[in-house]
Write a protein that binds this ligand. Structure first.
Ligand code: 13P
Length: 256
């Protein structure tokens, strides 16, 4: 059985006061998530603050990006060792905003994924198609090529600590959520790719999150899908009530 992961991607939001308040509220109410695993991914400048605010509560700490080189003359970048030093456990990689606004390629995402895994960080590798690609009937093709590009060279041992997030680009921040059929179709496809590249036993252990306009009122339907193992949440993760309600909906599904 895969433990659902409910991850909040805070993106480039919050300031010191709001990051502290959000983290402390989630930490205090973490038991509302039941058996689901909670994760918050603040901006890197607030990682230490959020870590200290969470304290010993059952809330994980994730970063939103990392650079693949170990150290040196890479102005503005952050290394895997720096994230580990701050107590970070997860790192989001290949988010569509990094791919489409900052120009990251599958090769970049692959270098980062291998560096993260090599350092003992758990990558959350994002894949997802544009609306134009979906409308052109290219969703499966795009997902396949992002999957094989981003995960090239990831061993069987490493893939089980890797998380995959399906985030259709047209559903991010738009309020347009994928239908359960659309989400399950891609998640099933990703599970099949994992089975083909590794084996069924390993594929069964890898968590595949859905992301894109997940809200408390649509969470239960999405989290109940057989191949959806949690959520990567943007906007709703900035409101503790909404984030925890999504986690509770996911936990409730697990108990059925
Ligand atoms: P929204 O939940 O705001 O659509 O963002 C999704 C996302 O990009 C999470 O990484």
């Amino acid at each position: 059985m895969r433990t659902p992961l409910i991850a909040g991607n805070w993106k480039m939001n919050t300031d010191t006061a709001s990051a502290r308040l959000l983290a402390s509220t989630i930490a205090r109410r973490a038991d509302e998530a039941g058996d689901s695993e909670l994760l918050v991914c603040p901006s890197s400048v607030y990682l230490s603050l959020v870590r200290d605010t969470i304290g010993s509560a059952a809330v994980g700490l994730g970063a939103q990006n990392v650079y693949h080189e170990a150290n040196g003359a890479f102005t503005g970048e952050i290394s895997t060792a720096m994230l580990c030093d701050l107590g970070v456990q997860y790192v989001i990689l290949g988010h569509s905003e990094r791919r489409h606004i900052l120009g990251e390629t599958d090769a970049d995402v692959n270098r980062k994924t291998l560096a993260a895994l090599g350092a003992g960080l758990r990558p959350i590798v994002c894949v997802g198609e544009l609306l134009s690609e979906r409308e052109a009937g290219k969703t499966a093709e795009v997902i396949h090529s992002q999957f094989s590009g981003a995960l090239a060279g990831v061993s069987a041992e490493q893939i089980v600590s890797t998380v995959i997030a399906y985030e259709p680009v047209w559903a991010i921040g738009t309020g347009k959520v994928a239908t359960p059929e659309q989400a399950e179709e891609v998640h099933r496809d990703l599970r099949k790719l994992l089975t083909e590249c590794y084996n069924a036993g390993i594929a069964d252990k890898v968590r595949i999150l859905y992301g894109g306009s997940v809200k408390p009122d649509n969470a239960k339907q999405l989290m109940a899908l057989p191949n959806v193992d949690g959520a990567l949440i943007g906007g709703a993760s900035l409101k503790a009530d909404d984030f925890l309600a999504i986690a509770a909906a996911s936990a409730a599904v697990g108990q059925v």
